[in-house]
Ligand binder design. Structure first.
Ligand code: B12
Length: 301
């Protein structure tokens, strides 16, 4: 490169990107020209160019621009490669042996591409149904997000947007209406925030014509018993994702309720089988929970 540096047009041509893209990278992410030649616009130096090469490569691999720019600014000599990322060492969300839909979803998630995520999730629900979408498309990505978060303490924004989008897609599955009031009550235990698995179950039930009441996250014992008294469900599922929210007392209260539900399910990895009171059933999967719930959700009188 000549000593006086490169113009924006020349850099754009070398990188194969538009001049407007360069301008955006400059204005939003501080990846601008640092050289200065009197009487000229600022010029891109060799260092600027190598930063921009990192930026171009990482964004082309699907890494979010802000994230790519952080690498480009601070570690241009050691950017992650997409192969390293797939192996779990970079910015990609590892999805193991999951199929193309989960891979595409993971890429859309890391880019915070909300439309892309919604489209993939919706298409999977339409083509494969809720259970398969959960097991083969969403769950691998959720587990991958959890893994990357543990390793890096990052990606909370990805986790939130992903969860929100999944919530919307599950909620959009049409609910049965016009028949009997729902006999199924779905609730997270007190202080439990991981409601997505219950949202998946509500959507799967709806797709099979079974209605439910979904109380969602953090249901205190009193609220749960009030809801049971007022709605008389035949099936109740209480979800706990971690031992800290596996309040066995909440299950005991269900067993002792004046209108005891016929089937009490303890869902989620928070519960320990040995601690479950007799009469409580722990499903092993969404499909299992769906089958059990449907069997008991029919009117009994
Ligand atoms: C999304 C997410 C969140 C979202 C939840 C959004 C929502 N609306 O649900 C938000 C941001 C709220 C969240 C918050 C927190 N989270 Co969080 N979260 C996750 C994440 C990424 C996915 C959760 C999920 O849905 N998993 C579903 C599948 C993937 O879980 P699974 O264990 O394979 O489940 C199987 C079985 O349970 C079985 N099964 C048995 N019965 C049934 C019945 C049904 C109906 C179904 C569907 C399945 C089923 O099949 C399932 C698979 O289908 C996980 C990572 C992970 N690996 O799960 C962390 C994770 C669960 N969270 C974790 C933590 C620590 C937290 C926080 C405490 C963080 C914080 N410091 O604030 C908080 C609050 C937790 C609380 N008090 O409830 C830890 C839990 C560690 C632990 N065991 O104690 C995890 C494992 C992440 C990690 N690796 O550290 N989280």
């Amino acid at each position: 490169m000549a000593d006086e540096g490169l113009s924006a047009g020349a850099v754009a041509r070398r990188l194969g990107v538009a001049v407007t893209t360069l301008r955006t990278w400059h204005q939003r992410y501080g990846l601008g020209p640092s050289g200065h030649v009197p009487g000229h616009h600022r010029r891109y130096t060799t260092e600027d160019l190598s930063r921009l090469e990192v930026m171009r490569r990482l964004t082309a691999e699907g890494i979010a621009p802000a994230e790519a720019a952080r690498w480009a600014r601070y570690a241009p000599e050691e950017p992650p490669t997409s192969a390293a990322a797939r192996a779990g060492g970079g910015f990609a969300i590892p999805v193991g042996r999951a199929g193309p839909a989960a891979r595409g979803l993971a890429r859309a998630a890391i880019r915070l591409d909300v439309d892309g995520m919604r489209e993939i999730m919706q298409r999977a629900v339409t083509d494969e149904g809720v259970v398969s979408t959960w097991d083969h498309v969403l769950r691998p990505v959720l587990a991958g997000i959890g893994e990357r978060h543990m390793a890096t303490q990052r990606l909370i924004e990805v986790e939130h947007l992903f969860s929100r989008t999944a919530t919307e897609v599950f909620a959009a599955v049409p609910r049965p209406h016009g028949g009997e009031p729902p006999r199924v009550l779905l609730a997270c235990s007190d202080e439990e925030q991981h409601s997505l698995p219950l949202e998946a179950l509500a959507a799967a039930l709806a797709a099979d014509g079974v209605g439910s009441r979904l109380l969602g996250a953090r249901v205190p014992p009193r609220a749960l018993s009030d809801a049971i008294e007022r709605t008389g469900p035949t099936v109740v599922m209480l979800w706990s994702h971690a031992p800290t929210t596996a309040h066995v007392g909440q299950l005991v209260a269900l067993l002792e309720a004046p209108h005891r539900p016929v089937l009490i399910l303890a869902g989620g990895p928070g519960w320990t089988a040995a601690d479950l009171p007799p009469g409580v059933v722990a499903p092993s999967s969404l499909a299992d929970a769906l089958q059990l719930t449907k069997a008991w959700a029919k009117p009994t009188d």
